[in-house]
Design a protein around this ligand. Sequence first.
Ligand code: 5GP
Length: 198
Amino acid sequence: MKPRVFVITGPSGVGKGTLIKRLRERIPELELSVSATTRPPREGEVDGRDYHFLSPEEFDRRAQRGDFLEYATFSGNRYGTLRTEVERTLAEGTSVVLEIEVQGARQVRAAMGDEAVLIFIAPPDPAVLRERLVNRGTDSPEAIERRLETAKQELEAAQEFKHVVVNEDLDRAAEQLIAIVRSELCPTLRPADDQAQG
Ligand code: 5GP
């Protein structure tokens, strides 16, 4: 089975992280690419596991050196996918998942074309994003407003992507995501085989 790059994108607060967790529980051989960021760690986040936390200077140095497959500024901080993360995983014959915002997803599409499978996660209703960001409790009210401003533009990008999963009901959205990933990994798999593996 040829290893693939799965790009999961969509607005902040839409539930990308939770859906990816479900996806990896069901398809454990998928690796998650650890991104680099200039955002300070949140409580409980571990360097090298959740992100590679870099100073702005280090991030720029790496960007100039061409270390990133894609990178973007989001809500005042920079985020980027290190080429080494993706290349190492693919070289091992393992598929990799990127959880990134929309500008970065577009860059991956431009760089990799059909090699990358792009999946957009959309909220059932934009109001849900505010609720989720407030409940998550990791961002200040100002940061939430900035993220929601960006989300408006990001939602318009949904139609650019091959697959769109609406996260209204978490279980259903997770099943849809798992089905997309399975069919891309193994296009000839019939639904019955899929169940049998499940
Ligand atoms: P957070 O600060 O909530 O961890 O992430 C903010 C946004 O940046 C989220 O939409 C997340 O998916 C995105 N993000 C995380 N890593 C990367 C990356 O490597 N590249 C890009 N372009 N976006 C990323």
